[in-house]
Ligand binder design. Structure first.
Ligand code: ADP
Ligand code: 5GP
Length: 209
């Protein structure tokens, strides 16, 4: 192993397609792992504990914050969300690429703490498409959908803080773009442990042999 692991942050309005696009790329990047967040939101139909989220009470969540167990956390539309620190640090030390789906305040905290992270912003082709996607996902109440649509204006203003943007029009194109970004970032020279790489590459031969 001679490459450092790194973090990919995926943000974008709720309903942009972050989960859908992410799920489309796991099979083609074997080193990619998903960071499961903690939330105080109630599970949607079909969501599974420890796979989609760790569902916790507000009391448990604030204890995790106090104990420093979250790398970042934020409030979003009345619920708390945060990223468990141990998993991310452990995976990165093993050379894995960790992808996380988090909103813009959390992404800004990651940018400060881990400047080498790659920040990607995903958005639907238009606000109207976003509305249709949230309605067709049919998982949230009318009030929750209205609140998320309103929130999308604020979130799009944060796009300038990201490294890349992807417009999720056609799913396969959007997935291909995300795959390409991650693969390019894997080839960034600054992520290579140069001494280990050179030793391997030289096959044990010394510099002046
Ligand atoms: P997010 O994780 O960003 O909240 P989801 O992945 O849950 O969004 O997607 C929201 C809805 O939009 C889902 O019903 C999903 O099937 C749909 N969707 C995702 N990508 C596309 C796309 N490219 N074209 C049409 N519908 C899409
Ligand atoms: P949802 O309730 O639709 O699953 O997520 C709502 C928002 O919370 C989305 O924008 C999602 O990216 C964000 N989110 C999910 N997990 C985290 C997290 O661990 N930290 C932060 N800051 N945001 C998160």
């Amino acid at each position: 192993m001679h490459a450092e692991g790194f973090l990919v942050v995926l943000s974008g309005p709720s309903g942009a397609g972050k989960n859908t696009v992410m799920n489309a790329i796991f099979s083609s990047i074997p080193n990619l792992v998903y960071s499961v967040s903690v939330t105080t939101r109630a599970p949607r139909d079909g969501e599974r504990e420890g796979i989609d989220y760790f569902f916790r009470t507000p009391e448990d969540f604030s204890q995790m914050v106090e104990r420093g167990e979250l790398i970042e956390w934020a409030q979003f539309c009345g619920n708390y969300y945060g990223t468990p620190r141990f998993f991310v640090e452990d995976m990165i030390s093993q050379g894995k690429i960790v992808i996380m789906d988090i909103e813009t305040l959390g992404a800004a905290q990651i940018r400060k703490k881990m400047p080498e992270a790659v920040l990607v912003f995903l958005l639907p082709p238009s606000w109207n498409d976003l509305k249709h996607r949230l309605l067709s996902r049919a998982q949230d109440s009318q009030e929750v959908i209205a609140e998320r649509l309103e929130k999308s204006f604020e979130e799009i203003n944060k796009m300038a803080e990201y490294d890349y943007f992807i417009i999720n029009d056609d799913l396969e194109n959007a997935a291909e773009q995300l795959r390409t970004i991650i693969k390019a970032e894997m080839s960034r020279v600054s992520r290579i442990k140069l001494d280990e790489f050179r030793t391997l590459w030289q096959g044990g031969k010394s510099d002046n042999e």
